[in-house]
Write a protein that binds this ligand. Structure first.
Ligand code: ARG
Length: 442
């Protein structure tokens, strides 16, 4: 069933119908589609392009369709080209001839553009909420587990940090992500309804009315751009990709930390799975899936960038492909954020294992050098001296703090008893500019 056909003499081939329809994908725009139509009708009445009786009938019809879809009495299916055709044809079926006036001064090109902007606006807010939940989970976990752990560079034990400070790094990433989505939201907040197919309309419509009814900040400035702009989807999908990249890095760390080699954390059973052959296994599948799905979101971004790159102005049917990519990227990022928050909430921190790893890694070597510098040794010389101490410790299988002051003094006569206090792992964290880690749990 189609909204057009006047200039056609034969039906489309069945396979073409299936190839062309977007209903199985864009059904989820029904709320936005009806909201756009309601605003359009009210505007047409105010501009004298429809009588108030016609307007009322259209509003009633559209509202009843919305109501019936919401409560399951009207299922979105059938032989329709897209959600716009579905709603309009059901409207005419319900209210008769007046339904045919709905599309006055409108094209599906500005209709789909406004539907997607409204949808993107709502969903961007949902993504920001998901990010906030994640930020809160990280914050709480960090606050109650601010225990010392090894910090790494090159995945080699480097210096002492705290688990709280480590999680705090991710908190910062997700805070930036939230700002990014907020920026995208601000940029996309323009109303394309009224651009028509590409060049406006000869009817004296008022785009300011639909703009305020739909809650947009302003109407778009250019008709051609209004119907062909999909930048905001790309921008949001770039933001989703960055979010996924952050989630993937965190997942990678959780996978490492929960391994037998690290044992820094224990993941809750609820977010782990077993092996069909190895009875002892508990696998971090949720984190692995998040890491894996990152590729899928990047893929959606690249698919849409590629779809758009050669398109002449204005609307081209290629653009219908935007929805599948956008929806998939959106669903994926929303799911992954939720799962990650729950994994964080339920993971257990093995503080003793983190502490043991610190002891084995010479994580106070930099501070031994700092100690020597504080006593007047130039840093380069101090670095060299500590290097020699490390060789000695490795041969003796001892940590630096396990050496006697006599042993240490062989490397530099500046070393005295006060060194032990200076290089104590927890003391380190309150020195100099490391005050951010003052709240170290014991
Ligand atoms: N289903 C179409 C899409 O998603 C709606 C717009 C159709 N416009 C057109 N001129 N055929 O892009």
């Amino acid at each position: 069933m189609k909204l057009w056909g006047g200039r056609f003499t034969s039906r489309a081939d069945e396979i073409m119908e299936q190839f062309n329809t977007s209903l199985p994908v864009d059904y989820r725009l029904y709320k936005e589609d009806i909201a756009g139509s309601l605003a359009h009708v009210k505007m047409l009445v105010q501009c004298g392009l429809l009588s108030s009786a016609e307007g009322e009938l259209l509003v009633q019809g559209l509202t009843s369709i919305l109501h019936d879809i919401d409560n399951g009495d009207l299922v979105i299916e059938g032989d329709y080209e897209d959600i716009h055709s579905f709603v309009e044809m059901h409207l005419t079926e319900r209210i008769g001839e007046t339904g045919k006036k709905l599309h006055t001064a409108r094209s599906r090109n500005d209709q789909v553009a406004v539907d997607m902007r409204l949808y993107a606006k709502n969903k961007a807010v949902e993504v920001m909420d998901g990010l906030q939940t994640l930020i809160d989970s990280l914050h709480v976990k960090a606050a109650v587990n601010n225990v010392i752990m090894p910090g790494y560079t090159h995945l080699q034990r480097a210096q002492v940090v705290t688990f709280g400070h480590h999680l705090g790094a991710y908190e910062q990433m997700f805070k930036r992500d939230k700002k990014r989505v907020g920026n995208a939201l601000e940029l996309l907040d323009e109303n394309p309804l009224g651009c028509g197919a590409l060049a406006g309309t000869t009817h004296a419509i008022d785009r300011d009315i639909t703009t305020s009814l739909l809650g947009f900040a302003k109407p778009v400035d250019n008709f051609l751009d209004g119907v062909s702009d999909r930048d905001y989807m790309l921008e949001l999908m770039s933001d989703f990709s960055i979010i996924m990249m952050h989630l993937s890095r965190l997942s990678e760390e959780m996978i490492l930390w929960s391994s037998q080699e690290f044992k820094f954390i224990t993941m809750a059973d609820a977010y782990s799975t077993g092996s069909s052959i190895m009875p002892q296994k508990k696998n971090p599948d949720a984190a692995e899936l998040i890491r894996g799905k990152t590729g899928r979101v990047y893929g959606s971004l690249f698919a849409l960038l590629t779809t758009l790159k050669g398109l002449p102005l204005t609307y081209n049917k290629d653009m219908q492909e935007d929805k599948e990519q956008f929806f998939d990227a959106l669903d994926t990022v929303l799911d992954c954020m939720e799962i990650m928050s729950k994994m964080i909430d339920t993971l257990q921190v093995n503080a003793d294992n983190m502490k043991a790893a610190i002891k084995a890694g010479f994580l106070n070597a930099t501070e031994v050098a700092d100690y020597l510098v504080a006593k007047g040794t130039p840093f380069r010389d101090a670095h060299e001296i500590v290097g020699k101490i490390i060789i000695y410790c490795e041969a003796e299988k001892k940590a630096i703090e396990d050496l006697t002051v006599q042993e240490l003094a062989k490397f530099s006569e500046k070393i005295a008893d006060d060194i032990y206090d200076y290089i104590d792992y927890e003391n380190i964290l309150t020195k100099g500019n490391k005050g951010i880690m003052r709240e170290v749990g014991k």
